[in-house]
Design a protein around this ligand. Structure first.
Ligand SMILES: Cc1ncc(COP(=O)(O)O)c(C=O)c1O
Length: 425
């Protein structure tokens, strides 16, 4: 399984898009998603875990309706983190049993909607569990339910995306909450699942496995106490890290699945239905973003390339640049890669009106000129799904690409000013 798309393949797709006239003057930035690569990722995942597993792909990474529809016939499920995402998954045609509803703040109405829809709900707290119990007295639901438990195994290298430290706003902490968790499982017969998520990027495979170990032991203990396989849904969450640097080999999903099977064998038998919630691993490497270089500000110290995407598309990168770094390639106006030893440091500045809107600093690039195109690699997830409306800029077009057929399709049109007018009234 390849880790990143090569510059050659991106360049080829970009030149093809240019020659087909798909990049208009008003397309100052565009996002491309390689659909063949996306399919490869999903099929690879399915080949590594038991065939009965539910791979509920994290919708928050890429919520495009056409992408949800593309993944459905491949056998994917959907992890949703809000009622909005839940409605999107239903609209895309996902059957309720393939939807996993996680959210840290579900209202009574949210829970009622999810119960009526019949999806799997992961309660985030014991209080939420009690709300589900109340609703279950009047609503018959075909859906299942689990509880999110914080295994408290520690944080990864990015604090903001680590959620299994001693303290986390998510889930019930295993150490202080264990007795209450046990009594919840004894009280609520319909509670049949456990759920964990250790973090997103920055967490080592060993940390993820340690989180699974803590919940595995808990689940086996409950099943021994109840004398049944009361816990039969085991949701390992997502968080598998990828590489944003093509020279660094990322951890292997194959090894991860192999380790889970070796260390927690029952998860690979019919004792448990295994759920996964990968988002980043499925989506991020499949996408890239192209922005026109509108101006180049030259300075004795550092040059600044003024581009059309910044903190609106790359929120995390601008706010925490040390943790989130991409690779960049410069193409000329005809889509030919600019190369050569004569490289200069550039700051890549976005279009927004605040000083923190710098996508990256001190990036070594060949001489950049107005009209060049900057490619930002590995942007297929957690980019447009985190789009910011600040400064009322229009969200770029998202294009799907199938390399073997040299075929493009619009997944989401460039936003229009007409649409914008409906946003602020
Ligand atoms: C509960 C839950 N599941 C799954 C994911 C997806 O994580 P990743 O995209 O890193 O696989 C997240 C991400 O924040 C999450 O919070």
């Amino acid at each position: 399984m390849k880790s990143n798309l090569s510059i050659d393949s991106l360049g080829k797709a970009f030149r093809s898009a240019l020659s087909k006239g798909l990049i208009g003057e008003e397309d100052t930035a565009m996002i491309f998603l390689d659909l063949s690569f996306l399919e490869e990722r999903i099929r690879h995942l399915q080949s590594l875990f038991p065939s009965s597993s539910l791979h509920a792909i994290a919708t928050k990474a890429n919520p495009l309706l056409k992408i949800l529809k593309f993944m459905l016939p491949l056998g994917a499920g959907a992890e949703v983190a809000s009622v909005g995402e839940l409605k999107l998954a239903l609209k895309a045609g996902y059957p309720p049993e393939k939807i996993v509803f996680d959210s840290p703040v579900k209202t009574m109405q949210d829970l009622e909607f999810a119960l009526l829809a019949g999806v799997h709900i992961n309660a985030d707290s014991l209080a939420e569990l009690d709300r589900i119990a109340l609703l279950k007295e009047k609503i018959h639901s075909s859906g299942t339910a689990g509880i999110r438990i914080n295994p408290q195994v520690g944080v990864g290298s990015i604090l903001e995306s680590s959620v299994a430290g001693e303290y986390s706003k998510f889930g019930v902490p295993i150490r202080t909450g264990k007795e209450e968790l046990k009594s919840a499982f004894l009280r609520y017969e319909w509670l049949t699942g456990v759920h964990l998520h250790v973090g997103s990027q920055g967490c080592s495979m060993e940390l993820l496995l340690e989180g699974i170990r803590v919940l595995y032991e808990f689940a086996e203990e409950i099943n021994t106490i109840t004398g049944t396989r009361r816990i039969n849904i085991f949701d390992i969450g997502g968080g598998f890290p990828i590489s944003y640097d093509s020279s660094i080999e990322p951890p292997s999903m194959e090894e991860y699945a192999g380790e889970i099977k070796k260390r927690f064998p029952s998860l690979f038998t019919n004792h448990y239905s295994l759920f996964t919630e990968f988002g980043r691993w499925v989506h991020v490497n499949t996408g890239w973003t192209v922005s026109r270089v509108e101006y180049v500000k030259r300075d004795p110290g550092i040059n600044t390339a003024m581009i059309h995407v910044g903190a609106d598309l790359f929120l995390r990168e601008c706010l925490n640049p040390k943790a989130w770094q991409h690779e960049y390639t410069l193409f000329d106006i005809n889509g030919i890669q600019k190369q050569g030893k004569d490289v200069h440091p550039y700051n890549l500045a976005g279009p927004l009106c605040f000083s923190g809107d710098i996508l990256a600093r001190d990036v070594k690039l060949p001489a950049a000129e107005e009209g060049d195109y900057l490619v930002i690699h590995d942007t297929g997830g957690y980019t447009f799904s985190m789009w910011s409306r600040y400064n009322s800029r229009l969200m770029p077009k998202v294009m799907g690409y199938i390399g073997k057929d040299d075929q493009f399709m619009i997944l989401k049109d460039r936003e229009s000013f007409e649409h914008l007018m409906t946003e602020w009234i």
